[in-house]
Design a protein. Sequence first.
Length: 205
Amino acid sequence: MAEKDMLRIGLTGGIASGKSTVANFFAELGVPIVDTDVIAREIVEPGEPALDEIRDAFGAGVIDRDGSLDRTELRKIVFADKGKRERLESILHPRIRDAAFRQAYQASGPYVIIVVPLMFESPMKQAMDRILVVDCSEETQLRRLTMRDDESEEQALRMIAAQASREERLSIADDVVANDGDLAGTQASVCALHETYLALAAREP
């Protein structure tokens, strides 16, 4: 199969659902991973045009003394105001999309995993051959956010509410990995899906 025709698996899930954990399990199996969260961090490094646009849109208060993006401050702003969140997305999403597809095109192997946290809301879902949703309860998300990121419960709930609902994410799923329980179960699910994707890729013309 030509590289540009690789099977594209879009991996998504709510905040703190365990997307990185699942992606890492695929990576351990030798699957190339394109992570739009990583791309999102890279395109707002000091000197990048996106960071200048963010400063212009949200003010110098979202920039640290060292010139880097103050993610905590920006998060407070955009998760409290839908219009501002959409403004941020208009700055970041086209750049993220272009970089993600460029990396996917350059990857090699039977299939590629493209991690897109906001897949339900993103037009990128139209370019995926299959969508894999990492699923967990809102209670699990809340617990992980307050423990992992030291967020207040109020802020954590605001972050969860700002994304598509669990039901909306599951509505676009071709495959689901349940990630409420132990890691061994999650890893076993990934291994089973890996075999499925290899078989699907082998059938592609």
